[in-house]
Write a protein that binds this ligand. Sequence first.
Ligand code: ASP
Ligand code: MG
Length: 322
Amino acid sequence: MRKPLSGFMEETYKMKKIVIKFGGSNLKTKEDVTRIIRVISHYQTEVVIVVSALYGVTDILTKTIEDVPRAQEAVGHIKTSLMEMHRRIVTWYIDDRDYNKSVIKKIKERIDKLEHYLLGVHYLGETPDFVRDVVLSYGERLSSLLLTAILNYKGIACEEVLPEQLGLLTNGEYGNAVVDFAAAEKNLQEHLSAPKRFIVPGFYGISPGSRVTLLGRGGSDYSAAAIGRCIDAASVDLWKDVDGFMSADPRIVDKAVSIKSLTYREAAELSYFGAQILHPRTFGPLLDKQIPLRLFNIERVAPAAKPTPPLRGTPPLEGTSR
Ligand code: ASP
Ligand code: MG
């Protein structure tokens, strides 16, 4: 799967962007954000960054949406915990008082919008599908806001852009939509071609009727692949906290080793049959355009202090294999 990149589009490569994705397991501890900053500053090519929710947040939202039709206090509880989780990270990284305050304010505003939906659900006494999808998209909406603020503060200029602003159109199926590439491609090319570093919340797209539609649990891998395909990215790089695909489940087989490269088909099969590393639909969008998908273990990222040579078409860092 990590297609060898030697001689890989040396010339055109420079003009293409790379899509990089960070998952919830990369958004847990204080060190995680430091690592993300380190990873991003290694890339010499323009990147589009896709993020999933902070670790555990989608689960909390799922639980809340189950409780809230009966129990209004669930709204207050989730507001408090989301505020705390995000505030803590802001405070770790942003020590300027005014900037800190303005970021917390934006996060609070976003959480207030979520509150409106949740109260709506409570008063209705049930959860329509379209509201459920909006509510669950809030994990990603919050993490992308948070990461954008921290990166800008750290001098890594970037701009948040939401799937509804991009026109990331889907087939409209709630909970488990697929991207409508014929409809989305032009929109994304238009929006993402500017020479900027963009941050996009993963996990959802927009239906033809402008509703939020989730791309299935673990769907931000698929978001990254879909965006990569729409903009014909040089590669789609998924940053995880594990060593890529293994020859067997390492919890069961002692001598499992990581696999250096796989065809799209092999990787898709492994994903369908239980390798839990990737959303199984991640490969489809990449296949037609033969866009390489690369998996990296964020725990192996080289320290930023080490000067890195320009990348010029080679993988940004040593990959996942040992
Ligand atoms: N946050 C979503 C989930 O947990 C999407 C993702 O993590 O990729 O399913
Ligand atoms: Mg997640």
